[in-house]
Structures are given as structure tokens and as C-alpha cells.
Design a protein around this ligand. Sequence first.
Ligand SMILES: Nc1ncnc2c1ncn2[C@@H]1O[C@H](COP(=O)(O)OP(=O)(O)OP(=O)(O)O)[C@@H](O)[C@H]1O
Ligand SMILES: [Mg+2]
Length: 364
Amino acid sequence: MHLQEIKLVNFRKHADLTFVPSDGINLVYGPNGSGKTNILEAVHYCTLAKGFNRSLDRECLSFSADYFLLTSRFSDDRGIEVSVKVSYAKTAEKRIFVNSEELKKFSQLIGRIPCITFSPMELAIVSGSPQERRRFMDNALSQINKRYLDDLLQYRRVLQQRNTLLAVMGDEGTVRNSLEIWTEKLSLLAGSIMSERSRFLSQFLEYFQPVYKQLGLGEMPGFSYCSSIGKHVPETTEEELANAMMHRFKDIEAQEMYRKQTLLGPHRDDIVFLLNGVEVKKYASQGQLRTFLIAVKLALQRFISGMSGEKPLFLLDDLFSELDRKRVEKVLELLDGSGQSIITSTDKKEINCAYSISVEELMQ
Ligand SMILES: Nc1ncnc2c1ncn2[C@@H]1O[C@H](COP(=O)(O)OP(=O)(O)OP(=O)(O)O)[C@@H](O)[C@H]1O
Ligand SMILES: [Mg+2]
């Protein structure tokens, strides 16, 4: 998938900017605060329907403007074009149009234009809370597996309903019956989500190990899925997982009634990243954390390519500040020929890339 052109109007710092990247590695450079990340965020909007770091639509609206508009054109690896328009106004909600047709749900955009990111903020995937790792898995899987995305969205709705019920419930029999219905619905969706995540992790590891080695790193990486029901997920079927969930819900019923929330399920699971069998989060150095993350993202690019047959667009924010020169060269080697990438940097690096431009030039 290639971004052919994107036009930003009143988006963050940019009143009017057009960027026409090349198909290979692109470099956008400029001083701090010049609006480089803003450009990547705009591309992110057009591919994944949202900005970076859970930012709100209104935060992306230029300070003095009433609306923002993003207009973009992509072409897939067979040359078929797709246009995406995102608009937002103070007086109207966000709207997204694909090939001039308005999307009813923003989730319809997910997976249409596979896109992955690497940014300093994402270090939390390796070193932060379980929520960050779940988000990583969900984002990756949703782009290649429609059923997963649907199940996940439904799971969130059912979870909310179940929590609402737990919050208001006493001992009345009728409410208890409806809790059971929600528990069953939730367990079935949970079984499917946990089993997909676990399959994803074992497939993903096949892509991850060689990339990690190619980056010149010696340790043996591994992942393990840590489920809140304590089962060894890879050896358990979707149905067994759903049944195990239902049983566990029975065991913790009193606890859930007391805490008034759902205490089990994929919304509480985690991935443990390992190097030579030792947990990365707990023992890795800052440099190891960073290289681990870039390896995760490079492997994800290959994984999505392998699964969908389409090379994802890769947005790399502030790549050079995160890695030493030797590592940067290895990363560039891995990026070369793997599809289109857009890298931002504070200075114009002498790197082997197809196209490089400063933000100042783009703003003229
Ligand atoms: N809604 C907005 N309206 C106008 N300006 C904004 C808005 N949101 C952010 N900015 C401005 O955009 C600038 C930040 O842009 P951006 O993060 O893209 O910079 P950058 O070039 O990536 O910088 P760095 O090299 O430090 O990462 C800030 O000066 C900020 O004030
Ligand atoms: Mg930046």
C-alpha cells in the first residue's frame, strides 16, 4: 500500500500542506515543533480513522479554525487506487469518505489501508502497562482479521452492559438471570478473542525471531500470552476457553458482586515479552527496550504483508533519536524493499532514501 498524496487543511499546525511521497523510504525533516509528527498523524487518520496517542478529534483542529479536512490518495500493490477523506468541524462530528462514499462506521476503514507506526511514545508497548500490549495486539489483529475486530467491538459492548448490570444489581432473581445471559455472551466472545490472540502471537513469533537476529541481536526472543483465566491458551480451543470462562465466573461471582465489575476476560490479559526466557519489561536496558520495539514493528510489517498480501505503509516518528547509527543502518536495510515508509527526523540525515524533504519546503 502506498500513500500517493495527502493534503492537510487546518490540521494541527498545518493550515494548508500537501505531501507527495515517493514509493520507497521517505524522510521528512525539520526542527522541533515544526509539524513533522502532525503530518504522520494526518496519515494515521486516513488509514486508521484516528490520531496518535488517543488524541481527540478536536485537539487536532488548528487552534483558530472551525474545521479540518484531510484528503488522501493511496494505491495498493496491484495499482488500484483508493481515496480517503476525513473531515471534522466544531459543529459536526468526524466524517470519513472512502472513494467518495461515506462510511457508516469508522471501523469499516480498519484494514483497508494497512498501516503501522513506530514512535517514541510506543515504548510503552514493551515497558508499560498490560493495556498497551493489548492495544498493540488488537490493532495488529484488527487490520488483518475482520472477525476479530467485530468480536472485539461486540465484546466491549457486552462488557459494558455486564458492568452496568453488576453496578446496579442486588439479589433479585430476574437481574441474576440477565447477568447469566451476559456472562454467556461475554464468555463466547472472550473464547474467540483469546484464541485468536494466542494464534497471532505464535505466528508473529515466526516473523519476529529472524528480524531480531537481522538487527544484530543475539538473544532468543519469545512471547507468552498471559490470560486472566490461568489456562495455557495455545493448547486450548475456543470452546474450551469459553467454557473455562463461564466456570471461573461462577467461582468469582461473590467477588464480582462486591467489586461491581467484570474481573475476568481478555480486557485483563497481557503478553509477556521474553529474551532468553527473561522478561524484557523487567530486565532490559533502555537500548534493548527500543530495539525490541523496532523489531516488533518491523516484524509486524512483514507479518501483515504475509497475511494480507499487501505491504503496509510504515510511519516511523523520530526514528534516529531512538537508535544508534549502526542500528539505524540495519533498520534501513530491513525497510528497503519492504514497502513504503515515511521517517521523520530533526535533521537531514545522509541516509539512503528515495525522497527527502524539509517541513519548511512542504509548508510553502
Ligand atoms: N491543534 C493545534 N493547532 C495548532 N497547532 C498545534 C495544534 N496541535 C499541536 N500544534 C502545534 O504543533 C507543534 C508540534 O508539531 P509536531 O509534534 O508535529 O512537531 P515535530 O516537528 O514532530 O517536533 P519534534 O521534533 O519535537 O517531535 C507544536 O508547536 C504545537 O503547538
Ligand atoms: Mg515529533
